[in-house]
Structures are given as structure tokens and as C-alpha cells.
Design a binder for this molecule. Structure first.
Ligand code: NAP
Length: 173
């Protein structure tokens, strides 16, 4: 089973500010959609609420699995889970042989790093102010297996690089 983190981070590892994402890079949003569509996506309650605030609904064409400690939490059309491990189990049941995505935010990514085997990191080539960070990728644990650069242009204020990392050692569940 492939359990993958997908994240976009600035050079200083910022991923969020004031419960939203402090940049707008349409091609990275398309990349996120293309990678995750049809797959279960696991997210923290705060990230889920910021997505709904931005889109008006959960992410379409994906099983949305929300992790919260609030046992009364409900969201129409979504699965709610009390732990990340349970959320991964739900994702696995939903989509047996395929890929499950952990889509943030910061609190969830930190816990997921030990549970996943791929990281899709969009590295934005800018220093950006923020209050939520992604941990530095430890090259003792993670091997870069793919990269593709994207230049800045009229629609993209910053240049960025799509990076794929694979865990060097197998995960044992
Ligand atoms: N750049 C990117 O790629 C990217 C991607 C996603 C999000 N973001 C940004 O990240 C920020 C949100 O991240 P965040 O760290 O504030 O919050 P978060 O990780 O989205 O959600 C945190 C919440 O998840 C629940 N939770 C966390 N660990 C849990 C556990 N072990 N068991 C049960 N529930 C657990 C708790 O919900 P309850 O409080 O309900 O118990 C906690 O308050 C936003 O700024 C967002 O825009 C950026």
C-alpha cells in the first residue's frame, strides 16, 4: 500500500498562515488535483475547515477523511476518524491496492511522516512568512526519485519544483 504525503512548502518550510495557504499557484493546485483525484484523502480538522471555507465543499471526487479528537464532529459526505492510524485504515478499506494521500495540515503531516512511504513536495522558491511549517526532509530517510521545475510566469509569482521522495527503508506496520 502506498501512503503518500502531498504538500507545498516555501524555502523556509512554511505551509500555512492564518489557517490558509499564503500563495496562489494554479498549476500546483492542478498537480494536487491530478495526483489525488479518485483516492482517499486524509486531513486534520483545521485543514478540512480551511478547504471548505475556500471551496464551499469538501474536495470533490475523493473520499474525504477528517481526523479530529472531537467525537461529536460531523461533516456531510465525509468520514470522521479519531486518529491518523484509524483514518489510514478507513482509506485502505475504501481503496485496497491504491494510494492514500495525507493532505495536511502541519499537525497531521508531523505525525504522518513515520507512517508514509512517499512524499510529493512542491518546493516554492521563495521565503514566505507563515505560522505552520513542514519538517525538513531528512535525506537519511528519504531519497529523491523525481523532480520537475516550474518557472515563475504571469500566473505564478514564484518558481517552484515538484519533488518526489521515496522512503529508503520499508515501513513495517
Ligand atoms: N501548503 C500545503 O501543502 C498545506 C496543506 C494542507 C494544509 N495547509 C495549511 O496548514 C494549516 C493547518 O494546519 P494545522 O497544523 O493548523 O492543523 P491540521 O493539521 O489541519 O489539523 C489539526 C487538527 O487535527 C486534529 N488532530 C491532529 N492530530 C490528531 C490525532 N492524533 N488524533 C485526533 N485528531 C487529531 C485536531 O482536531 P480537533 O482540534 O478537532 O480535535 C487538531 O486540532 C493551514 O494554514 C492550512 O492552510 C497547507
Amino acid at each position: 500500500m502506498r501512503i503518500s504525503i502531498i504538500v507545498a512548502a516555501s524555502e523556509n518550510n512554511v505551509i500555512g498562515r492564518d489557517n490558509s495557504i499564503p500563495w496562489h499557484l494554479p498549476d500546483d493546485l492542478k498537480y494536487f488535483r491530478k495526483r489525488t483525484e479518485g483516492h482517499p484523502v486524509i486531513m486534520g480538522r483545521k485543514n478540512f475547515e480551511s478547504i471548505v471555507a475556500a471551496l464551499g465543499n469538501p474536495l470533490p471526487n475523493r473520499s474525504n477523511i477528517i481526523v479530529t479528537r472531537d467525537s461529536a464532529y460531523e461533516a456531510v459526505g465525509c468520514l470522521v476518524s479519531s486518529s491518523l492510524q484509524e483514518a489510514i485504515m478507513y482509506g485502505h478499506k475504501d481503496n485496497d491496492k491504491e494510494e492514500i494521500f495525507i493532505i495536511g495540515g502541519g499537525e497531521i503531516y508531523r505525525q504522518a511522516l513515520d507512517l508514509c512511504n512517499y512524499i510529493y513536495l512542491t518546493r516554492i522558491h521563495a521565503w514566505i512568512a507563515g505560522d505552520i511549517f513542514f519538517p525538513a526532509v531528512d535525506t537519511n530517510v528519504w531519497e529523491e526519485v523525481e523532480r520537475e521545475d516550474h518557472l515563475a510566469d504571469t500566473a505564478h509569482k514564484f518558481s517552484f519544483t515538484y519533488l518526489t521522495y521515496k522512503r529508503k527503508n520499508r515501513l513495517h506496520f
